[in-house]
Design a protein around this ligand. Structure first.
Ligand code: PEP
Ligand code: MN
Length: 449
């Protein structure tokens, strides 16, 4: 019997191999934490998850566009109001730029409120002859290179739940309580961005939107319409830590069906998407929208089977394929995949992650990505879709609202030597606020023409 024909339950993943799980030192402590987590309220609700799926179904046909972005790895120490506000602010700015250019609604999905577990290329890390377990995200251990910090601690899963809840609480307040109102579109421009060419382009656009809203008010369309006053930001993270995800999985009390209530959307990473693996087993049974990362060494047959296993009914909005092929491979690797999936008639939201296959080590020793590589992958993504007659449905970024120096290039042309100035990430390098806005304007140019 194939995996997809077997009965599913929220713990059936345990019958399969689960890669990238922590080596907890004390299983008894883990069980206690999981029992506790499974009693705690859901972070998101089934109705919201269904709503996101309906919106994503529109991105399959090109009637909406997905913008997904946030930290590579959230840190507990960064769960603060200013940090969350700045990330939200730049996401809202990018969304406005893309909505205006693309002439369609933009679905905003944050890599936030739960992006606390990381897959690693090696179980251990060696520095100056000392070998310790790798950092696996704040929900598992701490980034500091000391023995006590690197021991996985199951209580961090509980802390992760609480941190996700605080983040989500603030996001809900910001998006519903006026911060995300289109009346404030000009106010979202951050001080350190406002004076830059990007900031000025944004300001011009914001003024046009402002005038449009005033005009609507003048002709009698209510300016306090919730569509103007409120916005919606969905949450997402990599469904990596299966014990945590299982504990957050509940039956919807209104419509039935299992939902992983740790986030609206979950994705399955490039390293854990094996057919017959535990991550695929877990995700096939929950009704959330699922992202699948697809790297340059993909086998289109595999991807096809993954889609069949995770989405046997071919429901639109269920699967987002997040290609992360790299500037060197995309031209060769994307068109055959697009052709194959189109031939099979799969309903897919095609999203481009131009970050993960463009990572390199700078002369300064920092892990970085270059802005031009990111743009080139995006350009090739759109062009491949247009020439194959498929629909480019979204983009996926590692980004922050802060003025970090983690990716090289962009309008200010950050060079290798400057990376050390404000390199804050504990995992992958992110676009800073200005680079994020710049990338949004560049995409706007691509989709307008
Ligand atoms: C990530 O999104 O941070 C990540 C680890 O991605 P991927 O699985 O594509 O390498
Ligand atoms: Mn990453």
């Amino acid at each position: 019997m194939s995996q997809s024909q077997k009965e599913w339950n929220k713990g059936s993943w345990k019958n399969y191999t689960a890669l990238q799980q922590p080596n907890w030192p004390n299983e008894g402590a883990v069980e206690k934490v999981l029992a506790n987590l499974s009693q705690l309220p859901p972070l998101v609700f089934a109705g919201e998850i269904r709503n996101l799926k309906q919106q994503l179904a529109k991105a399959v046909t090109g009637e909406a566009f997905l913008l997904q972005g946030g930290d590579c790895s959230e840190n507990f120490s960064q769960v603060t109001a200013p940090k969350i506000r700045e990330t939200l602010r730049v996401l809202l700015q990018m969304a406005v730029v893309l909505t205006y250019a693309g002439d369609k609604p933009v679905i905003k999905v944050g890599r936030l409120a739960g992006q606390f577990a990381k897959p690693r290329s090696s179980d251990t890390e060696t520095i100056n002859g000392v070998t310790l377990p790798s950092y696996r995200g704040d929900m598992v251990n701490c980034p500091d290179f000391t023995e006590t910090c690197r021991v996985p601690n199951p209580k961090l899963m509980l802390k992760g739940y609480n941190m996700a809840a605080s983040t989500l609480n603030l996001v809900r307040a910001f998006t519903r309580g006026g911060f995300g109102s289109l009346h404030r579109v000009q106010a979202w421009n951050q001080e350190f961005v406002a004076q830059s060419p990007m900031g000025r382009s944004y300001d011009r656009l914001a003024k046009q939107i402002d005038q449009t809203i005033k005009f609507m008010g003048n002709i009698g369309i209510a300016a306090d319409n919730p569509l103007i006053e409120q916005t919606q930001l969905f949450t997402s993270h990599e469904a990596l830590l299966l014990q945590y995800e299982e504990a957050m999985t509940r039956v919807d009390s209104t419509a039935g069906g299992w939902y992983d209530c740790s986030a609206h959307m979950l994705w399955i990473g490039e390293r854990t998407r094996q057919l017959g693996g535990a991550h695929v087993e877990f995700l096939r049974g929950v009704l959330n929208p699922i992202g699948i990362k697809v790297g340059p060494n993909n086998d289109p047959d595999d991807i096809k089977r993954l889609c069949e296993t995770l989405n046997p009914e071919n429901e639109a909005g269920r699967i987002t394929l997040i290609t992360r092929l790299g500037v060197k491979e995309i031209e060769k690797s994307l068109p055959p995949l697009l052709r194959e999936m189109k031939r099979e008639g799969h309903n897919i939201v095609w999203s481009c992650d131009p970050m993960h296959a463009n990572t390199y080590t700078a002369t300064s020793g920092h892990k970085t990505r270059n802005f031009n590589d990111i743009l080139s992958e995006l350009t090739c993504f759109f062009e491949s879709h247009w020439s194959e007659g498929t629909i480019p449905g979204g983009v996926h970024f590692e980004m922050t609202g802060e003025d970090v120096t983690e990716c090289t290039g962009g309008a200010r042309n950050i060079v290798d030597e400057e990376l050390a100035r404000n390199y804050l990430t504990t995992c992958d390098p992110r676009l800073n606020a200005e680079q994020s806005l710049e990338v949004a304007f560049q995409i706007a140019d691509m989709i307008r023409s």
